[in-house]
Design a protein around this ligand. Sequence first.
Ligand SMILES: NC(=O)c1ccc[n+]([C@@H]2O[C@H](COP(=O)([O-])OP(=O)(O)OC[C@H]3O[C@@H](n4cnc5c(N)ncnc54)[C@H](O)[C@@H]3O)[C@@H](O)[C@H]2O)c1
Length: 343
Amino acid sequence: MATYRVGIVGCGGIAHFHGQNYGRYVDDFQIVAATDINQESVDKYCQEFNVMTGYTDYEKMLSQEDLDVVTVCTWQGTHSEITVAAAESGVKGILCEKPMTTSLGEADAMIKACDKHNVKLVIGHQRRFEALYPETCRLLADGVIGDPVSIVRRVGSGLLNWGTHVIDLTRQILGDPATSWVIGQVERKTDRYERRCRIEDLCMGLICFENDARLILEIDMPKPHLNTIFVQGTNGVMTSEGNKLKFLNDQSNGWEIVEPKSDGRDLWSEFKLWLDGEIETHRCDGRQARATVEIMMAIYESVRTRGLVRIPFQTQESPLELLIDSGMLPVEKPGKYDIRVPF
Ligand SMILES: NC(=O)c1ccc[n+]([C@@H]2O[C@H](COP(=O)([O-])OP(=O)(O)OC[C@H]3O[C@@H](n4cnc5c(N)ncnc54)[C@H](O)[C@@H]3O)[C@@H](O)[C@H]2O)c1
């Protein structure tokens, strides 16, 4: 029998990815129950992953099953409520998908409930395990381009959707520094949603970390996007090219190419080590993700307060929701649409 009994909440796209990955560690994890508000989705999932019991109400699953781990794979607007309920149900660990939440208040509620019940909380920022990012972190820490000055990332599909990954990865390559301040701008002229949550049409943020490195973040801005990490340092530049890294400094004779090597861990194997008590923390632990939520909310808060937001800041609700509700971001082209789950 596997060590940890897992319950899945939300049986859509990403839940299949979790099903496959738990399937690679059958001695450690067994999915014993799954739930989805859609009966057909839960039935299909149980069949595909050989899950004993399916539910359409996650609270029922939490009260009827003896679970060690809950994996939350629902839309982001429900992550906090489900994580808090799972923590209160007595599990040992929760793996919740990204983005952690849609507001800082919800993120804090998750951390508080997990701390109170001694639950290990991991957020699905699984890209931290791609060899490229730990290697970039090592090279930057070794000072191969001096002190990092600015990092440029340009991606699409929503701040909370793709932005959460690139902010999280920027924090990782810089050694997870605290944030000092954020300033940003947001446009929402269409009634745009992502997985049932209202989102911006486009935004940008300038994020300053405690070591003075600054992330210039563009989300859904006019093309071209930039599918690379780009770091400028006090003594050189570093960029990625596919799975390789290359850098230039005042000693190099042309680009130096580095091929990153994986440390052999992934989100699930490191979760197991953490649950077993063999490691102190997980690289995707809830507090790291909370720092990313804080940056995303600070971009919205900067628009709301029309200025620079010093971290920490206190607004518990989503400043984007407050902006929309107060009429500060009026829709000019009516017509609700969702970029991921069509209405
Ligand atoms: N880590 C990654 O790279 C990655 C990739 C894709 C998606 N995600 C994240 O995973 C989450 C889900 O995305 P998806 O693409 O799987 O969406 P999806 O629409 O394919 O699946 C979500 C499922 O959750 C169910 N659901 C919604 N509310 C529920 C509730 N209260 N109780 C039970 N079930 C409920 C829906 O019916 C649906 O089947 C999102 O937060 C998304 O950002 C992460």
